[in-house]
Design a protein around this ligand. Structure first.
Ligand SMILES: NC(=O)c1ccc[n+]([C@@H]2O[C@H](COP(=O)([O-])OP(=O)(O)OC[C@H]3O[C@@H](n4cnc5c(N)ncnc54)[C@H](OP(=O)(O)O)[C@@H]3O)[C@@H](O)[C@H]2O)c1
Length: 330
């Protein structure tokens, strides 16, 4: 398994992790048995980085991951997140909380649900504009000192926030959306800040929530409660325009002799030795396909050809609806 260093002098983790969110939430039906089999297959194949969060479910995804790693704790590098608050009775509503007392309580909950003594990588899921980042990261640093957490991360944090946070405690990883159709980190200073500060960049939704695989052909392909139905890029005219872009990617993948999913993941990994990707799937067959991306090496000419058909900014539609976009730290 190819590995990447998480932060300056940090641990080695698999270059491709496994995103576990969709196993419990957002993307249609659950199949816990197949999801657990997928996590086991990932560990068997040397994938160490498993990504979850307390708000997935809410709470059920951590329990699922915890069940899957029972007896195999040493093979897994567990990343989880706190800070997006959801009430199980009203899961559509969202809050953000970065207060130190919330950080401490959230960590206890995650440890319990995961059934582990230490979280390998603990992220703040969204920056709380009402709490100075120094206070939140200060509380997270105390969790490291207490042995409850090994490494710290932030998600969707701005370059300025990363600078401030790093003065309190080393930040091992920044997790933000990054893919062929979400190129923001290239131009908003975040990738540069990560490099300056020695922070690994973990790309979430590297398959564009499935769209970049070419398997989604119509908004009607989703189940009634699938989150993507409410996402701007998957709606109406945006969907059609984005599909035309993906069909170009499909053609390039065919030329390369790989699948579109593999091309999309290889593109992310080609952005630097400090970039990791955590594609999500609840199926063993797709995990196997996605791991094939590790064997797809893109030349400069091939990267330029991808850029020519899918340039930064070509995507139609915002990556989140306005209410969720408001929680992104800018
Ligand atoms: N920090 C954050 O705010 C944040 C936000 C979103 C996600 N994340 C994390 O990032 C992880 C990955 O992101 P994501 O799950 O949103 O999106 P993604 O990895 O871009 O795409 C996942 C979707 O693609 C499908 N898929 C996977 N491999 C495929 C293949 N080879 N062919 C066709 N379809 C394929 C999956 O369906 P099947 O399951 O049916 O295969 C799923 O619907 C999540 O699991 C989560 O841990 C973090």
């Amino acid at each position: 398994m190819q590995t990447r260093t998480l932060g300056r002098n940090g641990p080695q983790v698999s270059a491709l992790g496994l995103g576990c969110m969709g196993m419990s939430d957002f993307y249609g039906d659950r199949d816990d048995a197949e999801s657990i089999a997928t996590i086991h297959r990932a560990l068997d194949r040397g994938v160490t980085l498993l990504d979850t969060a307390d708000m997935y479910g809410p709470h059920t995804n951590e329990a699922l991951v915890g069940k899957a790693i029972r007896g195999r704790r040493e093979q897994a590098f567990i990343a989880t997140k706190f800070g997006i608050v959801r009430d199980p009775a009203n899961p559509a509503a969202r809050g953000v909380d970065g207060r130190p007392e919330y950080v401490r309580a959230a960590c206890e909950g995650s440890l319990k649900r995961l059934g582990i003594e230490t979280i390998d990588l603990y992220y703040q899921h969204r920056v709380d504009p009402a709490v100075p980042i120094e206070e939140t990261v200060g509380a997270m640093a105390e969790l490291v000192q207490a042995g409850k957490v090994r490494h710290l991360g932030l998600s969707e944090a701005s370059a300025a926030t990363l600078e401030r946070a790093s003065k309190v405690h080393p930040i091992a990883a920044l997790q933000s959306e990054f893919s062929l159709w979400t190129r923001d980190p290239e131009s908003n200073g975040v990738l540069d800040a990560c490099r300056r500060l020695g922070i690994a960049f973990v790309a979430y939704s590297p398959l564009g929530r499935g769209f970049l695989t070419g398997a989604i052909r119509s908004p009607e392909d989703f189940e009634a409660d699938d989150y993507r139905r409410s996402s701007p890029r998957f709606q109406g005219g945006n969907f059609a325009r984005n599909l035309a872009l993906v069909d170009e990617v499909k053609a390039l993948a065919a030329d390369k002799g790989c699948s579109p999913a593999q091309l999309a993941l290889a593109w992310v990994l080609a952005q630097g030795d400090d970039v990791l990707a955590i594609p999500g799937t609840k199926k063993r067959s797709r995990l196997d396909e996605n791991l094939g991306a590790l064997d797809v090496v893109l030349s400069k000419q091939e990267l330029a050809a991808i850029d020519a058909v899918f340039p930064a900014g070509a995507v139609a539609g915002a990556r989140y609806a306005a209410a969720s976009m408001a929680h992104v730290n800018r």
